[in-house]
Write a protein that binds this ligand. Structure first.
Ligand SMILES: Cc1ncc(COP(=O)(O)O)c(C=O)c1O
Length: 326
């Protein structure tokens, strides 16, 4: 897809020009942007609530400053910050205030910011408003702020491999568009996407309300099961997943045991990414994806309960054996 100039409107209705590049999936864009920096560090905030941490896993500027300092002390040349909003796997949505603070932090340190908004239309609680960086009246550092979106999640068509980069930076746009030579999208797919994305009336009146309703129902079903099983989870209303804590099924609670439980899920034909894959500092967390039809969700949750029952039985046997040795 070619480099295009688009003119989104901000809250005042004022037009501002941005360049858009389409590539094969948003991960291709992330790779293209990160191509000069071989090292990517993950900042995984702690879940403990303190005076500064008002909610679990909160991202604060203090934590960003700390992580940046730590990386620089290790001799790393930090060039940018990647934020995902809505967050994956937490489902947190950053407020405009927090977003502004992160962007100002990046400006202070001359960092590029890549904001991945791939779940922006998958906010299924209608009382919550998602604020895109694209709708901000002014950006602290326009030249270093880049937004990614794609159709993989919000439209459930990851097979189309479509991702878009919005940037004010002509150099970045032209470098990323050069990747189009190897990562371009087929003409037929571009044509189909064009038809889909231009039908804004159908998207706004039919597709999005239906999609949000289905996500809400699936989330309600899965979280009701989690509550019945007394499994703690991060209760959010965006994304296709829920971040759950299976710590009580691990003894000892280590990343090795987490991996074993992950394998046990796989043996029962369930794929739940474990916390370690998200660089979580605390073992026991898993990401449960719920965006599916009810009959399949029922089957999946049935298997999920079977695995946990099996795991519980094993823990009881292990604890009995341990008690006999004492
Ligand atoms: C936050 C985020 N960004 C990007 C991607 C990749 O999307 P795509 O299929 O467009 O490459 C994923 C996929 O899981 C994701 O979770």
């Amino acid at each position: 897809m070619d480099l295009k100039e688009v003119c989104p409107r901000n809250d005042d209705g004022k037009l501002f020009t941005m360049l858009v590049v389409g590539l094969s999936g948003s991960s291709a864009i992330q790779r293209a942007l990160a191509t000069s920096s071989a090292n990517i560090d993950f900042l995984s905030p702690q879940r403990k609530i303190t005076a500064i941490n008002t909610y679990p896993f909160q991202l604060t500027v203090d934590k960003l400053e700390e992580a940046l300092l730590e990386a620089r002390l290790k001799g790393k040349n930090v060039r940018g910050l990647v934020l995902t909003n809505p967050q994956n796997p937490l489902g947190d949505i950053y407020s405009p205030d927090s977003l502004m603070k992160y962007l100002e932090f990046a400006k202070r340190h001359h960092l590029h910011v890549i904001i991945d908004e791939i779940y922006m239309l998958s906010v299924f609680d209608e009382s919550i408003t998602f604020h895109s960086v694209l709708s901000m009246k002014s950006l602290p550092d326009r030249r270093r702020t880049h937004v990614i979106w794609g159709t993989s999640k919000d439209f459930g068509i990851s097979g189309f491999r479509f991702g878009a980069l919005y940037t004010h930076n002509k150099e970045v746009a032209s470098v990323v568009s050069a990747f189009g030579y190897l990562h371009s999208i087929s003409g037929i797919t571009q044509h189909k996407l064009c038809q889909l994305l231009q039908d804004t009336e159908w998207i706004d009146k039919v597709y999005l309300p239906t999609n949000r309703f289905r996500l809400r129902e699936a989330h309600k079903y899965v979280t009701a099961k989690l509550k019945a099983l007394e499994i703690p989870f991060h209760n959010r209303s965006s994304g296709l997943y829920v971040w759950i804590n299976l710590k009580k099924y691990l003894d000892p609670c280590t990343f090795e045991e987490e991996q074993l439980l992950y394998r046990r899920f796989l043996d029962h034909k369930l794929l739940l990414s474990c916390g370690k894959a998200y660089m979580c500092k605390e073992p026991g967390w898993f990401c449960l994806i719920f965006a599916d039809e009810l009959p399949r969700l029922k089957l999946a949750m049935h298997r999920f309960c079977d695995v946990l029952e099996e795991q519980k039985q094993d823990l009881i046997v292990k604890q009995l054996e341990d008690a006999m040795w004492e």
